[in-house]
Design a protein around this ligand. Structure first.
Ligand SMILES: Nc1ncnc2c1ncn2[C@@H]1O[C@H](COP(=O)(O)OP(=O)(O)O)[C@@H](O)[C@H]1O
Ligand SMILES: [Mg+2]
Length: 361
């Protein structure tokens, strides 16, 4: 029997989405094909320490503290208590938000020279930042809402009347680099504005303000790499109780949403959504997989809202549901992602790292 590949499932992390990551990783460990792979859960605590945990758990700090070996010749992990070492064949970061989805951990794994599932440093960094992502999508000719951006240093220059005249009312304010609707508010009047702005700046140095789009919330799952393919779009119908898709509606209130996979759409809208989603995946340098979130108006106008490079894998997550609808089980989906990561890593070996020159140093 061939030896099983050791798959490090990296979870937790220094992010407001720590808990979501724990739930996603728990599912991946449960569903990964254990005939082919040996999952090794490594948790990152909220304070950023790494631990080897016997299973995916919210009590990450009960695990064994780990150090990283960065030497690419023998890279891997070391148990700080015993100096024992182990390697990983592939690392699957199942981390959402800050550090985990923004390119930081991806850079660390790249430096370790270990194959990794998902988008690399560049795509992760540009996709997590709603400001940079919007500029790139717009430059690629893809449909995005009207937006304005500010930094914390600009605060004094921010004028409600100016924003209102450019974006209309209501408008959205969002922290540039968060997820799960943290730091996101809908501003309906001047009275809401100050608090909403403070909330967004609490989590980030950058904020983006956007014209409010009244429309359906559509999501499209993408699997890479060349060519990237799109699932049929799904829809999240949010209860009228909520003004938009808030944190509570996402994770706390089980009655908040109705999920339609696939979304009830006519062929024209469905094809357009799939087409722009693949283009967004490419424009933002994404790899292996991503979930593209969009709005669809009554007049069939599509806007790309954002792209998630490590979408949720919880029981109520759209990404695995949308592929299941296409006939790919959770288990097969994980295998597919691991295969994509390996293929991409092997392709990357083509690239020369050394440049022979007569430079003396
Ligand atoms: N321009 C917009 N118009 C209407 N609703 C929006 C807009 N931007 C965000 N929202 C609402 O806020 C939610 C969260 O915003 P999003 O940009 O997706 O941030 P996050 O990364 O936190 O998910 C969206 O799912 C949607 O319900
Ligand atoms: Mg979102």
């Amino acid at each position: 029997m061939p030896t099983k590949k050791k798959i490090v499932i990296l979870y937790g992390g220094r992010s407001v989405e720590h808990g979501v990551s724990v739930n996603s990783a728990r599912n991946i460990v449960e569903y990964i094909n254990k005939d082919l792979f040996e999952p090794v859960p490594i948790g990152i605590s909220k304070s950023g320490q790494w631990f080897l945990t016997p299973a995916v758990t919210k009590d990450i700090e009960q695990g064994k503290p780990l150090g990283l070996i960065l030497d690419p010749q023998r890279s891997g992990f070391t148990l700080l208590s015993s100096d024992d070492r182990f390697k990983a064949d592939i690392i699957f970061p199942v981390l959402h938000g800050t550090d985990g989805e923004d390119g930081s951990i991806q850079g660390l794994i790249k430096a370790m020279d270990i194959p990794m599932v998902g988008t690399g440093v560049l795509g992760s960094a540009v996709s997590i930042n709603k400001i940079v992502a919007k500029h790139l999508l717009k430059a690629a000719g893809l449909p995005v809402t009207k937006f304005l951006t500010y930094t914390f240093a600009d605060q004094k220059k921010i004028k409600f009347s100016e924003i209102e005249s450019k974006l209309g009312l209501p408008f959205m304010i969002k922290s540039a680099s968060l997820g799960s609707s943290v730091g996101v508010s809908k501003v309906k009047s001047k009275k809401d504005f100050k608090e909403a702005l403070e909330e967004s700046f609490r989590y980030d140095d950058g904020v983006i303000m956007e014209e409010f789009i009244t429309g359906r919330e559509i999501e499209c799952a993408i699997l890479g790499n060349t060519p990237a393919q799109a699932s049929l779009p799904g829809e999240i119908v949010i209860s009228k109780k909520y003004e938009f898709y808030t944190f509570d509606a996402k994770y706390v209130d089980p009655e908040a949403v109705e999920i339609h996979v696939p979304a009830k759409l006519d062929k024209v809208a469905s094809n357009l959504i799939r087409e722009v989603s693949v283009k967004a995946f490419e424009a933002l340098h994404c790899e292996d997989f991503a979930r593209v979130d969009l709005f669809l108006t009554k007049r069939n106008k599509v806007y790309i809202n954002e792209i998630n490079t490590i979408p949720g894998f919880t029981n109520s997550s759209m990404f695995p549901m949308m592929w299941k609808e296409r006939g790919i089980s959770f288990t097969d989906l994980i295998t597919r992602l691991l295969d994509l990561a390996m293929e991409r890593y092997n392709r990357g070996k083509r690239i020369e790292r050394d440049f022979q020159s007569s430079l003396k140093f």
